[in-house]
Design a protein around this ligand. Structure first.
Ligand SMILES: [Zn+2]
Length: 219
């Protein structure tokens, strides 16, 4: 899991961290499920389909559950997750977790956007479990979002709970609302970033950006 360690930074790749990440159980609210099903049945009719067609009979139910799964972040509290795994540690090297997979939905079209997040912080006495960093990304991603706000929310949750010397978040994502409709820019990737504290210094930010764009962790 530990990819590279130097006197200045500790770099982790999320491909390995994922294995120890929190196991989610699928939980559906009955009222939400039946309300969504009823409306999705209507949606099928409005787009010119026959909701009674065999292949579509169970679609409203599947979609109702999928929608709840994809927005489960509303039920979770990122700050509580970080506080639950907060350890006192005398580390002041940059901790980088790169390539955290992101699956979110844009709030304008409710279509998916997906990609990778890279998160770094420089501890100031407190660190958190690595899998918790990935969890925090998930908590905010599994809501209706805009990529810019998602980036900031992740940064602020880490900043508020760990009070680090600096936090950096970079997200690279592709948006289906751009790829499937409208301008149909199939290969465009949107990059957003947020930097706080030490990362506002050019040298620290450059080191972080170098680390996340390196191929150290790919195998
Ligand atoms: Zn959109």
């Amino acid at each position: 899991m530990l990819i590279k360690e130097s006197s200045k930074y500790v770099l982790f790749s999320n491909f390995q961290i994922k294995e120890m990440a929190y196991k989610r159980t699928e939980h559906y609210d009955e009222d939400a499920t039946s309300g969504l099903m009823e409306n999705y049945r209507k949606v099928l009719g409005f787009i010119g389909e026959d909701p009674q067609r065999e292949g579509l009979l169970k679609t409203p139910e599947r979609l109702a559950k999928a929608m709840q799964y994809m927005t489960q972040g509303y039920q979770a509290d990122a700050r509580a997750i970080l506080n639950s795994a907060k350890f006192h540690e005398k580390i002041s090297e940059m901790i980088v977790v790169k390539d955290i997979e992101i699956y979110s939905m844009c709030e304008h079209h409710m279509l998916p956007f997906f990609g990778r997040a890279h998160v770094a912080y420089i501890p100031n006495g407190w660190i958190t479990g690595l899998s918790k960093v990935a969890r925090v990304v998930d908590v905010y991603a599994r809501r209706l979002q805009v990529q810019e706000r998602l980036t900031l929310e992740i940064m602020n949750a880490i900043k508020d709970t760990l009070n680090p010397l600096g936090v950096a978040v970079v997200i690279e994502a592709q948006h289906l609302c751009m790829m499937m409709r409208g301008v149909q820019k199939q290969n465009s990737e949107t990059t957003t970033s947020a930097f706080d504290g030490e990362f506002q210094k050019n040298s620290t930010r450059t080191e972080f950006l170098k680390l996340i764009s390196s191929d150290l962790s790919r195998r």
